[in-house]
Design a protein around this ligand. Structure first.
Ligand code: ZN
Length: 207
């Protein structure tokens, strides 16, 4: 029904989370009928994501591709390097950071276990977390003292947390999980600062 470039746009944009074909079509016509510089800026932003962003080699948070290998958290000696907060995704990290109650480092897993598939997901940065902790352990002054699992209280979050607990146990580091205030099924990303701050304070040790 639509000309090919519009059809292609709809096909690509409806692959994005939360966007269906109808919304993608509406977006296509909005962009088409709008000012040209909006399309140009959007094009530049998409190119920027491909060319100018890479991930921190320690915590896997996004950083600018400008010769630096570490993010501004990992590279900041003013942060508490003995505490690592494990999050599902970058936007969860941003929410925790905005709560203002956390001064440690992070580790972005890049996803959670699936409730439908029992296989251990290969793309999660779990082996990277282990090697990061083992590497730290060799240096007594750098040794990590606490791992905070800040995973959403959902079935997927629970599955991932239980697996990580088993995986991390032999390293004999204190493991805690954020607690009170977040209702079951909530997403860390959408928690307000006060709730998240309380959940961090009420984190419980997993033994
Ligand atoms: Zn980092």
């Amino acid at each position: 029904m639509y000309p090919k470039p519009i059809k292609d746009f709809i096909d690509n944009f409806s692959k994005l989370p939360g966007i269906g074909p109808r919304q993608a079509a509406r977006l296509a016509f909005w962009l088409l009928n709008g000012e040209k510089n909006i399309r140009e800026n959007l094009k530049k932003s998409l190119e920027g994501l491909s060319k100018e962003i890479k991930t921190c080699q320690r915590c896997y948070f996004a950083i600018e591709n400008n010769g630096n290998d570490k993010c501004h958290f990992c590279d900041n000696s003013g942060r508490d390097h003995k505490t690592i907060c494990v999050v599902e995704k970058e936007t969860d990290l941003a929410t925790i950071e905005k709560s203002g109650n956390y001064k440690g480092l992070y580790h972005v897993l890049g996803g959670l276990f699936s409730a439908l598939d029992t296989a251990i997901p290969k793309n999660l940065k779990m082996p990277e977390l282990i090697s990061r902790l083992e590497e730290n352990k060799k240096n007594a002054s750098k040794g990590v003292k606490e791992i905070i699992l800040a995973l959403s209280p959902t079935h997927e979050g629970d599955l991932t947390a239980h697996y990580l607990e088993r995986l991390l146990k032999p390293l004999k580091i204190k493991i805690t999980r954020i607690g009170r205030g977040l209702p079951y099924g909530a997403d860390v990303e959408f928690a307000d600062a006060q709730t998240l701050s309380g959940a961090l304070d009420s984190r419980k040790e997993i033994k």
